[in-house]
Structure formats: C-alpha cells, structure tokens
Design a protein around this ligand. Structure first.
Ligand code: FAQ
Length: 324
C-alpha cells in the first residue's frame, strides 16, 4: 500500500521567513533566508551597483565640455552621486555575504550584467539632458517601488538613491527645456537626443513580462512590486505629459491611453537589439568595459595604500589594547 505523505512542516527559520513575507515585513542581514532569495537579491543588487558605476561614463565624458562653469559643477555633482549610489549598493550586497572584490572581478571580466542603457553613446550636450530626463526618470520610476523591497539594506539604500535621482531628473529636464527654447539648431539637437534615448530608456525596465523569468518570484518575495511592463507603461504616461512642457515630441506615434485597461500603451520595441546589447554587442559595450578596467588598474595604488593604512591602524590598536 502506498504511504501518504502530508505537507512537510517548515523549519522554524522558514516559518519565520514566510511570516515576514506574509506580513510584508523586512528581512534583515542576520535573519535566515532561503538560498534562492539571497541569490536573487545578490543578482539584482550587484547588477544595479554595476549600472551606477558604468553609468558614470556617458556623462563624465561631457564634464570637460559642459557649456558653462555652472553646468560643469552640476554635472560633476551628478556623476559623483552615481558613484555614491554604486557604493551604497555594493555595501548592501556585502551584507548578503558577497565580497566586493568578487563583484568587481565579475564586472571587469565581463561576466556581470549592468543596465543595457549605458551601452549607448552620448553624442551631444543635449544627451546630458536626455539622460537626466529619460534615463534618470526611468530609474526613479523603477526604483521608487524598490524603496519597499523586503530586504532592509536594499530598500533603505533606495530611499536615498531616489531622492538624488529626482534632482538628476530635474537637471536633465532643465537642460532640455533651455535647449528647446533656444535657437532652432539647439531645439533640433534636443529633439535628436530625445529620439535616440527614448526606446533604450523603455528597455531599461527589462524584457516584456512573458519573457521575464525572474519577475514572478521576485514579486512573491516582495522585492519587485510591479512587473516590467506595468512600470514601463507608467513611465510612458509620465513622459507623455512632461514632453508637452518641453515643446518636444516622443518618437512613438503609437502611444495612447487605453480607456478599457486604463493603461498607457506604446509602439513596438526592438527586443532583438536589446538581446544584442545584453550579449555584449551594443554600440559601446567594449568601450565601457575597457574604460572600467583601466580605471580599476589606475586605482590599484589607492587600494594598496588604504589596505596598508588599515593594517597599520589595527596593529596600533592591538598594541594599545595589550598595553592597557
Ligand atoms: N539591462 O527576468 P528579468 C541607474 C536582465 S538605473 C541589462 O525581467 P529582473 C541610474 C536581467 O538581469 C539602471 N540586463 O529580470 C543611473 C535578467 O538577467 P539575469 C539600473 C537586463 O531582475 C542613471 C534577464 O535580463 N537599475 O543606474 C535589463 O526581474 C543615469 C531577464 O530579465 C536597476 O538595476 C536591462 N535593462 O528585472 C545611473 C534597477 N533588464 O540577471 C547613471 C534594479 C533585464 O537573470 C546615470 N533592477 N535584464 O542574468 C531591477 O529592477 C531589475 O533587475 C530589472 C530586471 C527590472 C532591471
């Protein structure tokens, strides 16, 4: 006779974790968590950190060519903010047991992912406006719900990141507004930048829901709160209104508000291009990685000096302790 197996009783740790999920509470670094939850957080947080660091490149390239001292100072502050975001995120990943050197090795060896958007070139000054308005705009739209992510260090890092991203978006909008109200050549430059950054910004939200292998489980775990398509639609709705204030247009004749579903719809996106970029064959993938490798090598002396100083300080502390 076949034996009947009842549902397995969860371990006390698993029951505690399940309770945290059911009550939409926070998981903290010392809490027990399933390996798959830890793995998915590490995947997303480290990828997010790498995006912030690689994302400094398209804009830092324009610091020396900013059209005024004021613009230069603002852009420099923005790029420094992105470095700070990378550091909060690497720290959040470290609380999950990932070593920062391993994450950096994965990035510079080309194994780690970072956002597709940063593999596109920044061709003109107007691109600084389009990146701020569209790219930071998409980042905020994606990241505001992540402030409520179930993993405490990630959610808390997102709160600060989102505040800073709001300033970034406003500065991008303001660059475009000034160009759009400038000479006809400046207005054309602003429109051209919006035309080139629009579709890649929509792709930042990830593949369509049917092709998104991770979304469902991440939503069960209260990491993601909305699906990729839901956030993309929300973003389109925000941009449709803001572009009117700029006096520019979005390069998408198919945008419409669907009265039945009460959702914004957009035209088709080139998902083959997205796959190519993810496979390392985007317009700037090779250049971005090469630049990061170079920066890593150039920074070797700083890491060595910091390690030697830390060692000296701990030896001094040990001596003081022994003498006390
Ligand atoms: N690029 O199953 P899903 C910024 C990958 S904002 C590259 O849907 P998931 C601010 C995905 O990892 C940009 N890869 O995945 C800034 C997965 O591959 P895997 C960074 C992408 O995780 C502004 C596979 O495709 N923001 O930096 C992309 O559920 C200006 C299947 O996808 C974040 O990272 C993509 N666009 O959802 C800085 C936000 N999309 O890992 C400087 C946090 C998907 O299995 C200047 N991350 N993939 O090998 C997220 O919200 C999510 O991870 C998604 C993807 C939405 C990106």
């Amino acid at each position: 006779m076949a034996t009947q197996q009842g549902p397995t009783t969860p371990t006390p740790e698993q029951a505690h974790f399940d309770h945290l999920m059911a009550t939409d509470s926070r998981v903290e670094p010392r809490d027990w968590m399933p390996d798959a939850y830890r793995k998915t957080l590490l995947r997303q947080i480290s990828q997010h950190a790498h995006s912030e660091i690689i994302g400094m490149q398209p804009e830092s390239n324009w610091i020396s060519r900013a059209p005024s001292l004021k613009r230069k100072a603002i852009l420099m502050a923005k790029v420094q903010d992105e470095a700070g975001h990378g550091l909060y995120l690497y720290s959040a990943a470290e609380t999950l047991g990932q070593n920062r050197d391993q994450m950096m090795d994965a990035l510079i060896s080309g194994k780690a992912r970072y956002s597709s958007i940063f593999n596109y070139p920044a061709r003109t000054w107007a691109d600084m406006g389009a990146i701020g308005w569209l790219v930071d705009g998409a980042a905020i739209c994606n990241q505001v719900p992540l402030c409520r992510a179930s993993y405490g260090p990630y959610g808390r890092a997102m709160v600060r990141v989102c505040k800073e991203e709001s300033f970034h978006q406003r500065q991008g909008f303001e660059i475009l507004l000034e160009l759009a109200n400038g000479t006809s050549a400046q207005k054309r430059m602003a429109q051209d930048a919006v035309n080139r950054w629009y579709a890649p910004s929509l792709m930042m939200f990830g593949p369509p829901d049917d092709d998104s292998p991770n979304s469902r489980q991440s939503m069960v775990w209260n990491i993601k709160r909305f699906s990729n398509d839901e956030l993309r639609q929300r973003f389109v709705g925000m941009m449709v209104e803001q572009v009117k204030v700029l006096g520019l247009t979005l390069p998408d004749p198919d945008i419409r508000f669907n009265e039945d579903t009460k959702k914004w719809e957009h035209g088709p996106l080139d998902w083959e291009e997205f796959k190519e970029v993810l496979a390392g064959r985007g317009p700037c993938n090779a250049q971005r990685l090469e630049r990061r490798r170079q920066a890593h090598d150039d920074g070797a002396w700083v890491r060595e000096a910091a390690a030697a100083y830390a060692q000296k300080q701990s030896a001094k502390a040990a001596l003081q302790e022994a003498a006390a």
